[in-house]
Design a protein around this ligand. Structure first.
Ligand code: SF4
Length: 356
């Protein structure tokens, strides 16, 4: 890696301000969790980033304490951002993790600045802030504490069960400001999970996070992303996923079809060629126009998920009311929906940048 190259010749204007090249400390840890992973500890120059083209996004400011992600989702479109650091966007993205070790103190200073107007801050929009590295570096408690102390609204999108470690802090923050939590679960198919999201907690464990947060009075939505064409989009798979999301007590479900931008596209297609070679031609046709599946396909998936969400009554559970849907049974048949008639489901449009 050529940090000096980056400092002298930044790939983007934002990279120029990322950190001082001469403050990078590189470490490896000999525990099973971190074998094969290299951490690059940096002291960032700034931590609150403005989203380019924020007018199209529901948020303008983000905080990302890490770059690279050991969750290693094959489709992750944040892969491209590793190339800005002159790092490999394939295995390098999964195993070369940049850690902004001063993120909590930088954020606290930023929030206390007279120029800051207390706007919403989104986290988990580039890479997962509750990836495994967070278990060692523990940056999020300091970040959430700073946001709580300044009553600054924020949201977190994650696939990491580690977020439950910070449950008390999240509760404290939610008492003084708006806190939005979303968990990403695109499918509950075990085989697909093991191969395409190999470093993530299992989908059921992620849904346990939704359940636990909900039990503690913190509403949690699910970003049903990505819905993977021909591998995770069968009506039976969609039904099983929405049913499990409903059973976990999610307050909303937001479907998002896989997109394949440069950086992610090459890595995903190589994986497809290796695992499902008979699908390569179909993918080339489906994504012939670029990074996105055709509108008709996206609309079809959205409609199916909307209908299922309505059927299963996804939405907040009123205080004192039992959830209407039990945990999904292993049986293939559709479960009965018990209790009051389903209300209008909370189904939202895409709200996050990443396919987290
Ligand atoms: S999709 Fe999210 S969880 Fe998966 S590798 Fe990318 S940043 Fe990490």
């Amino acid at each position: 890696m050529r940090w000096d190259h980056l400092a002298e010749n930044p790939a983007t204007p934002r990279d120029a301000a990322l950190f001082d090249a001469d403050t990078v400390t590189t470490r490896t840890f000999d525990s099973p969790d971190f074998r094969g992973i290299t951490f690059h500890e940096v002291r960032a120059r700034s931590i609150v980033n403005r989203v380019p083209g924020a007018s199209r996004m529901p948020f303008e400011w983000t905080v990302n304490p890490y770059r690279g992600c050991t969750h290693a989702c094959v489709y992750c479109f944040a892969r491209k951002t590793h190339s800005y650091l002159d790092l490999d966007t394939g295995l390098g993205f999964d195993s070369q993790i940049v850690v902004k070790v001063n993120a909590p103190e930088l954020l606290r200073t930023h929030l206390g600045s007279r120029r800051w107007r207390g706007e919403h801050i989104a986290m988990g929009t580039n890479v997962d802030c509750y990836q495994r590295a967070e278990g060692r570096y523990r940056l999020m408690p300091g970040i959430i504490s700073a946001l709580r102390d300044h009553a600054n609204p924020f949201s977190i999108l994650t696939k990491g069960t580690l977020i439950l470690r910070d449950l008390d802090l999240l509760k404290q923050a939610s008492e003084v400001t708006d806190v939005g939590i979303s968990v990403s679960v695109g499918f509950v198919d075990q085989e697909l999970w093991r191969t395409v999201e190999p470093g993530t907690p299992a989908p059921e464990r992620r849904l346990d996070v939704v359940r636990t947060l909900s039990d503690h009075g913190i509403g949690c939505g699910v970003l049903m992303a990505p819905v993977i064409p021909f591998l995770g989009d069968h009506p039976v798979q969609l039904r099983a996923t929405v049913r499990a999301i409903a059973a976990a007590g999610a307050t909303s479900v937001t479907p998002l079809v896989l997109h394949l931008r440069p950086g992610a596209r090459e890595w995903f297609m190589a994986w497809l060629q290796q695992r499902h070679p008979w699908l390569v031609r179909r993918y080339e046709r489906l994504y012939a126009e670029g990074a996105y599946a055709p509108k008709w396909y996206q609309r079809r998936i959205t409609r199916q998920v909307h209908e299922l969400a309505r059927e299963y009554g996804i939405g907040p559970t009123p205080p004192g009311m039992p959830r209407r849907i039990r945990r999904p049974e292993p049986a293939a048949s559709a479960p009965a929906v018990t209790g009051p008639a389903p209300t209008e489901p909370a189904v939202t449009g895409p709200t996050q940048l990443s396919l987290l």
